[in-house]
Design a protein around this ligand. Sequence first.
Ligand code: ADP
Ligand code: MG
Length: 339
Amino acid sequence: MIEQAVAPVPTGAPTAEPILRLRDLRVTFDTVGGPARAVRGVSLDVFPGEAVAVVGESGSGKSVTMLATLGLLRGAAVSGSATYRGTELIGLAPSRLRHVRGAKISMVFQDPMTSLNPVLTVGRQLDMVMRAHNPDMSKKATRARAVDLLDQVAIAQAARRCDAYPHELSGGMRQRVMIAMAIANEPEVLIADEPTTALDVTVQAQIMDLLGRLQRERQLSLVLITHDLGVVAGAADRLAVMYAGKLVEHGTVPSVFAEPGHPYTRGLLACLPRLDRRGEMQAAIPGIPPSPLSLPPGCPFAPRCPDAVTACTEHEPVLVRTATSTIACSVHAPAAVVR
Ligand code: ADP
Ligand code: MG
């Protein structure tokens, strides 16, 4: 049965209160080419202890959504709501936001080399992260905890590595250091933005294993941002697919993988390399995503969509709940007619 999704609570979501709650979040950049509507009304819940993957091609608005949530965007018009345990983060005073960021919610980025300070040792950077939120901690205490944290992220010879500079470590090890910094203040939510994109395939798997282990052991809420659906299967409970600044599908990972509802999700899944089809040409969704400066009328995916009909270019679809997930597609989940 298809019904109008009135409440934006994701299909298959646990019943607890969300720890992170986005409602109609919008981000517009003022650019020389005009307003760039990078995020156009995202509503998403993240519940305690769950892993949510936010997936979509490059430019779909995944990073900007999370950066806006944490107040890390300059020069952008942000509207809508993003609450952490009921506290509104949008428009929150910088001093109060800093209290949340890095302590309650922390973030791991794609490129650990640009996020680490090249002239400070790993131990010193861990010390700074801890003391930013616990100024009374002694040097001795932060040092002991730094070694323990490096141990927890499976860095061998943690005491010695504490005195290393970032350039003395491999890419994978630098990402482990970033993860150690992100968990140093025992956050409840970890946002990992393309955490393995800059790494070799074997190291990617190790970092995903590490994130999964930390998430389970610490009952962290994990928001995993990725353009690669391939890393999602073992790593996330729920999946939110973004296209052109909006969610186009969300649901549990098993149901969306078994029965993707939106043609865009189907396209992304069809691009995944499969062991049973090794050697075959890998499919790619034809065409490219639209620019947020010039979105096509109607459904922004329509120009690339194999299932598009005329109506798709006339009205932008809204999210509608189906038997397996929630999708925004006029063809596969027509909204109830509003008179
Ligand atoms: P994703 O993380 O999904 O790859 P982003 O969230 O980084 O995509 O970007 C979404 C859109 O916003 C892109 O079209 C990008 O070019 C645009 N964008 C991001 N940052 C800025 C900025 N500072 N100024 C103008 N446009 C931006
Ligand atoms: Mg990004």
